[in-house]
Design a protein around this ligand. Structure first.
Ligand SMILES: C[S@@+](CC[C@H](N)C(=O)[O-])C[C@H]1O[C@@H](n2cnc3c(N)ncnc32)[C@H](O)[C@@H]1O
Length: 244
């Protein structure tokens, strides 16, 4: 059976349970900003939770109505709004806008990427900061055998038991998009789910160009959540930007 991960808070939370390495990074920037924070593509509240619990004025925007109702119910002190990051109008500006955990890579062409960045710019206060977090393309992942299933992770579903998640991926070199399939195989082999998604593969020079062409100044480019500056060994592209 096909599933849509972004309609399914239980599966999303199980699959991202161990992703915690970026939280101190976002908390630090939030503590330094003292104003309103907007998270683009807020998901099920993985980043929202620690920010709201630390007393920040937090708004999340996401395209999944299911995730928006789930997070609004769970975190009543936050403000969760349904919207498309490519074109949104919230009628207010924010002092810190964050776009964590590769969500920007769901935009599959440069027109959508630039539309998103323009919407973000409109919502950023004059001395506000915008933080973008995407991974560095890994040739070993991009060019691996598209016919082979690779083990991605094991999750423990509360009522359905353990699932092994296998992954296949195929890279379209012309479009610079990776098409990915996840196969959820239940330990009892009674249930299988399939989840398909696509991700843009964005190289650092392209990301630098798209940001500057949409009027952002790249204040800092970090290569990890500890704040190390970006270099040829970095695994992440972590941009801290302001408006021109
Ligand atoms: C990888 S999850 C990240 C969620 C959360 N920020 C986190 O760090 O756990 C990607 C999120 O992007 C959202 N999303 C995808 N396309 C979007 C769009 N065009 N506009 C707004 N949200 C979008 C999905 O619904 C999903 O919640």
């Amino acid at each position: 059976m096909k599933i849509q991960m972004y309609n399914n808070p239980i599966f999303y939370d199980l699959c991202t349970k161990n992703k915690k390495d970026d939280i101190p990074f976002y908390l630090d920037w939030a503590n330094n900003c003292k104003g309103k924070i907007l998270e683009i593509a807020s998901g099920t509240g993985r980043v929202a939770e620690p920010l709201i619990n630390s007393g920040h004025n937090y708004t999340g925007l996401d395209i999944s109505p299911k995730f928006i109702s789930f997070t609004q119910e769970k975190y009543s002190k936050g403000n969760f709004i349904y919207g498309d990051m490519r074109n949104f109008s919230l009628g207010q500006q924010f002092d810190l806008i964050i776009l964590p955990f590769n969500s920007f890579l769901h935009l599959l062409n440069q027109k959508d990427m630039k539309a998103c960045l323009k919407s973000i710019k409109k919502h950023l206060s004059n001395d506000g900061l915008f933080i973008l977090d995407i991974f560095i393309p890994d040739p070993e992942f991009i060019y691996r055998d598209s016919k082979k299933k690779y083990k991605e992770m094991v999750i423990d579903h509360p009522s359905e038991g353990k699932y092994i998640i296998w992954q296949t991926s195929e890279f379209d070199e012309l479009k610079e998009i990776s098409y990915i399939n996840w196969f959820f195989e239940n330990e009892k082999k009674q249930t299988t789910y399939e989840y398909e998604f696509a991700m843009s593969i964005i190289y650092p020079d392209t990301m630098d160009r798209i940001l500057t062409e949409t009027g952002f100044i790249i204040n800092e480019k970090k290569g990890d959540y500890n704040g190390e500056l970006f270099d040829e060994n970095s695994l992440l592209q972590l941009y801290v930007c302001s408006k021109t």
